[in-house]
Design a protein around this ligand. Structure first.
Ligand code: MG
Length: 253
């Protein structure tokens, strides 16, 4: 017993004599991150954001069908879906980004399920119509539907972690971090798309790995692209059109 105790003491003594590295050895000083001035209020764009809609005009948007200027309704600082003119998308293309977008289902919304306040934010538009990667916009207040198509879902791929929807008539927010999929020269997938989404400040998608484009029918798959527009959906449901405001994006390095 005595010998064992002596060995233990010797080992502890050796440990104490090993000098710790200087604290400076683990301090990193370069590169210095760029200074970004945060928005003054919650949801306000920071200084390095690109305003995609600031209430004045829809100059940053074009028809997803033919790339002519967007013809949704701009009034009272809001961008409201004009269903007969189809989907709109950004003139600019993006890779990885942070997106903030606010939207409102009309208070007098009618219909049910997928026919009740349906729109969508396509985080990457890969063609006209609904081609791309859709983050669903839908009335989620007492409006049952398939859960991988409810508000906060990546359409038909992910079930949101929770239902954080507000009532129709109230403004809601999406804050999104999008990592674009990347492809090899032969078109095969190199790295998949990932998305993190907060709905009204509540985490609903936690670094979700996408299986490919979001499809109405069939299983998702990837098709190569390099940079894409962000698209908003003019859904063909018969319920009253929803409105958007305060849309901004920060392209990530
Ligand atoms: Mg939709």
């Amino acid at each position: 017993m005595l010998a064992a105790a002596g060995a233990w003491t010797a080992a502890a003594g050796a440990q104490q004599q090993t000098p710790l590295p200087q604290p400076e050895a683990t301090e990193i000083w370069q590169p210095v991150p760029a200074v970004v001035i945060p928005g003054e209020t919650a949801g306000a764009p920071p200084s390095d954001a690109i305003a995609l809609f600031d209430g004045k005009n829809e100059d940053e948007w074009v028809s997803a069908q033919d790339h002519t200027p967007a013809r949704w309704t701009v009034a009272d600082g809001l961008l409201t879906v004009a269903k007969n003119t189809g989907n709109i998308e950004t003139r600019r293309h993006f890779h990885d980004y942070q997106l903030h977008i606010e939207w409102r289902i009309p208070a007098d919304i009618a219909g049910s399920g997928q026919g009740r306040g349906n729109s969508g934010v396509f985080l990457a538009s890969t063609g006209p119509g609904d081609a791309g990667y859709e983050l669903q916009v839908l009335d989620g207040y007492k409006n049952p539907t398939y859960v991988n198509g409810m508000v906060g879902s990546i359409y038909k791929q992910s079930i949101p972690l929770v239902n954080a929807a507000r009532r129709p008539g109230e403004w809601q927010t999406y804050d999104v971090v999008w990592t674009t999929p990347r492809f090899n020269a032969d078109g095969s997938l190199k790295t998949p798309a990932y998305v993190t989404v907060f709905l009204n400040g509540v985490l609903v998608e936690d670094h979700f790995q996408l299986k490919g484009q979001t499809l109405y029918r069939g299983q998702p798959f990837y098709q190569a692209f390099d940079g894409a527009a962000i698209k908003l959906q003019a859904h063909g449901d018969k319920s009253a059109p929803i409105s958007f405001r305060n849309i901004w994006v920060r392209e990530l390095p």
